[in-house]
Design a protein around this ligand. Structure first.
Ligand code: NAD
Ligand code: UD1
Length: 336
């Protein structure tokens, strides 16, 4: 069975590609390489000993996309392609709406045309906005605090309308919490452009000597140690969740939505300590004001995914830090 991954050269896509190939699926990748490198796919082939069919193509390019669907027998699509930088989305919102929202519309139009109606979509916990309480279940109220989040919310709504109009579709919307870590081989991992915005890549770059110190955004939150709490999930656990979602689509579930998190909250200081243990160094840090738009605490209730998909995140914070450190140490400049 062949799965097409849009954005498959990226961080989560490349790890999912490894797990799909290891599980016996065939994989086609469509990626414009706007935030990734073909090297990641070479390494996926090296890790798995299997080939991927790669097309450098933008999902907004309808004709090229159609040709790919016509030339390969695709069973299901996992749609990772998208822009994901929150700060940038505030500066250039239209680019986010064009790429993420219009890109999804073009993809779905082509899929409908060729009769491929199984779709797994990369949504995000960002659709819960600033949650009123934790843990978060799938029925919590949804809102957006920035154009990136709004693009995810709009896509979820578009997919609901699409399903209502045509019940032949099977769609799994996966709301990821905070994906971190890397493949245990240390060959593939997250390779952010410029200075990272997210916590783990930032800590890792301080540890490897590329950045001077970590700024901890706020130590006056109402949490166990005053710093922000998140649900960090190992990217390999997340990748395995996609295989379970593909399996679920085979049972014709219609449109389904799942939180993919560990269910455990971890504070910035706890994460820092775990990383210091993994890299056996002290990480210079200082406390800084809160970052605008940050929630105090955000973690999943993932029991629905556990029950329906028979999936549960297994890896610990120590695993995430150990694998992340191996990747960062062996590839201080990412894929460059
Ligand atoms: P990533 O940037 O590493 O991967 C996205 C990939 O999509 C990149 O390879 C990029 O080149 C490609 N792409 C972007 N626009 C494209 C287009 N128009 N046509 C073809 N390819 C295009 O990001 P990631 O962390 O792997 O995230 C994957 C998905 O998961 C994204 O949709 C993201 O919004 C979502 N998500 C990520 C996180 C996270 O923290 N990483 C959290 C929640 C949701
Ligand atoms: C951020 C995005 C969110 C996106 C997610 C992807 C914002 C406001 N939110 O979420 O939309 O889906 O990334 O993973 O950007 N922190 C520091 N110092 C740093 C970086 C982060 O203290 O240099 C803290 C943050 O305040 C937060 C925690 O670390 O408490 C995690 O931050 P981050 O990795 O950016 O993820 P989110 O804020 O959850």
């Amino acid at each position: 069975m062949r799965i097409l991954l849009t954005g498959g050269a990226g961080f989560i896509g490349s790890h999912t590609c490894v797990e799909l190939l290891d599980a016996g699926f065939e994989v086609t990748i469509v990626d414009n390489l706007s935030n990734s490198s073909e090297t990641a796919l070479k390494r996926v082939e090296e890790i798995t000993g299997k080939k991927v069919s790669f097309h450098k193509c933008d999902i907004l390019d309808r004709d090229s996309l159609k040709k790919i669907f016509d030339s390969e027998k695709i069973d299901s699509v996992i749609h990772f392609a998208g822009l994901k930088a929150v700060g940038e989305s505030n500066e250039i919102p239209l680019k986010y709406f064009l790429n993420n929202v219009a890109g999804t519309v073009v993809l779905c139009e082509v899929m409908a045309e060729v009769g491929v109606k199984n779709l797994v979509f990369s949504s995000s916990a960002t659709v819960y906005g600033d949650p009123k309480s934790v843990p978060i279940t799938e029925d919590f109220p949804l809102s957006a605090t920035n154009p990136y989040g709004r693009s995810k919310l709009m896509i979820e709504e578009i997919l609901q309308d699409l399903y209502k109009s045509d019940n032949d579709w099977n769609i799994a919307m996966l709301r990821y919490f905070n994906p971190v870590g890397a493949h245990h081989s240390g060959r593939i991992g997250e390779d952010p452009n410029g200075i990272p915005n997210n916590l783990l890549p930032y800590i890792a770059q301080v540890a490897v000597g590329k950045l001077k110190e970590l700024s901890i955004f706020g130590n006056d939150y109402n949490t166990s140690d005053g710093t922000g709490v998140r649900d960090y999930i190992h990217v390999v656990d997340l990748a395995l969740g996609h295989i379970k979602a593909i399996d679920k689509l085979k049972t014709n579930p219609g449109l389904v939505t799942y939180n993919l998190g560990t269910g455990n909250g971890c504070s910035v200081l706890e994460m820092l300590k775990a990383f210091e243990k993994a890299c056996e160094k002290e990480i210079p840090h200082r406390f800084a004001p809160r970052r605008e738009g940050d929630a105090e605490s955000c973690y999943a209730d993932s029991s629905f995914a556990e029950k329906e998909l028979n999936w549960k995140a297994e890896k610990t914070i120590d695993d995430m830090c150990k694998d992340m450190w191996k990747w960062q140490k062996n590839n201080p400049d990412g894929y460059k």
